[in-house]
Design a protein around this ligand. Structure first.
Ligand SMILES: [Mn+2]
Length: 274
């Protein structure tokens, strides 16, 4: 099954959707491997027209590649290499990839691909968690709680912009060279990203668990849907070169309504990317 609005062929796609069923280092509640297929299914009920962006997905050429084959059963570095290689190929072909997770760790593969092609890449992270541990709770340097630390190491200083963060270990509280904003600080966020190629990494737990309970590590006091839309609309016209939407976990909660919310966000991110 492909996303219903993804009707293009690979050769002329502006946006390429890649499912990434990565689910290896989650420490609290596994299940993100089911994310891409469930979100595809819930897109069936989502209109092609975005009333926010006033754009229609049927006017954008979108191709769904299906899910990425992840090499290496327990070897995260091999899996991240697969993600990087596939993502890089699509960017070189002139498409804007949107990776649908899967756990957040996948972002490290994707951002390295984008960074090789766009050396001045900035990364906008919407997330409840800083994900800035140097060593993960599983004892790995490559996991969902270290991923943005690894990302910050491969982009220029002051190029990681974190938004909505409300849970972190003391060591992750103030990391030099990382900018952190509340989701309402729209002008400051825009100033950091203006004129640069930007990768958007959207961890669904940035949303309040009252509307997004189907995530592996929910945190109270999150963003509203309207706040997210306000931010995305304010960034319309910025140079987004790719994005990922991660951490949807249909096993963590009654999943239908949050899955439709995630599917709506696929549409809004597609609108943002073109
Ligand atoms: Mn995260």
């Amino acid at each position: 099954m492909a996303f219903w609005f993804a009707k293009s062929t690979s050769s002329n796609a502006q946006i390429v959707l890649l499912g990434v069923p990565l689910d290896a280092t989650v420490t609290f509640m596994p299940g993100t491997r089911f994310g891409p297929d469930r979100i595809r299914a819930c897109c069936e009920t989502v209109e092609a027209y975005s009333p926010y962006f006033q754009k229609d997905l049927t006017d954008i050429s979108i191709y769904d590649t299906g899910n990425i084959e992840l090499e290496g059963v327990y070897d995260m570095e091999s899996k991240l290499e697969s993600i990087k290689k596939v993502t890089r190929g699509w960017i070189e072909d002139g498409a804007r990839p949107l990776l649908i997770g899967g756990e957040h760790t996948l972002t490290y593969g994707a951002v390295r691909a984008a960074r090789e092609i766009h050396p001045d890449l900035a990364v906008l992270q919407l997330d409840a968690h800083a994900d800035m541990r140097d060593m993960g709770e599983t004892g790995s340097r490559y996991s969902h709680d270290t991923v943005m630390r690894r990302v910050s190491e491969v982009i220029k200083p002051n190029s990681l912009v974190q938004v909505g963060i409300r849970s972190f270990a003391k060591e992750e509280g103030e990391v030099p060279g990382v900018q952190r904003f509340r989701i309402t600080e729209i002008d400051s966020i825009g100033k950091q990203l203006e004129g640069r190629p930007v990768w958007l990494t959207f961890d669904l737990d940035v949303l309040d668990p009252s509307i997004m309970p189907a995530v592996g590590t929910p945190e109270p006091n999150g963003a509203s849907y309207q706040q997210v839309i306000d931010l995305l609309l304010a960034l319309k016209g910025f140079n987004f070169v790719g994005a990922d939407l991660v951490e949807f976990n249909p096993l963590a909660a009654d999943f239908i309504a949050p899955c439709v919310t995630a599917a709506n966000l696929v549409r809004e991110i597609c609108c943002l990317l073109v």
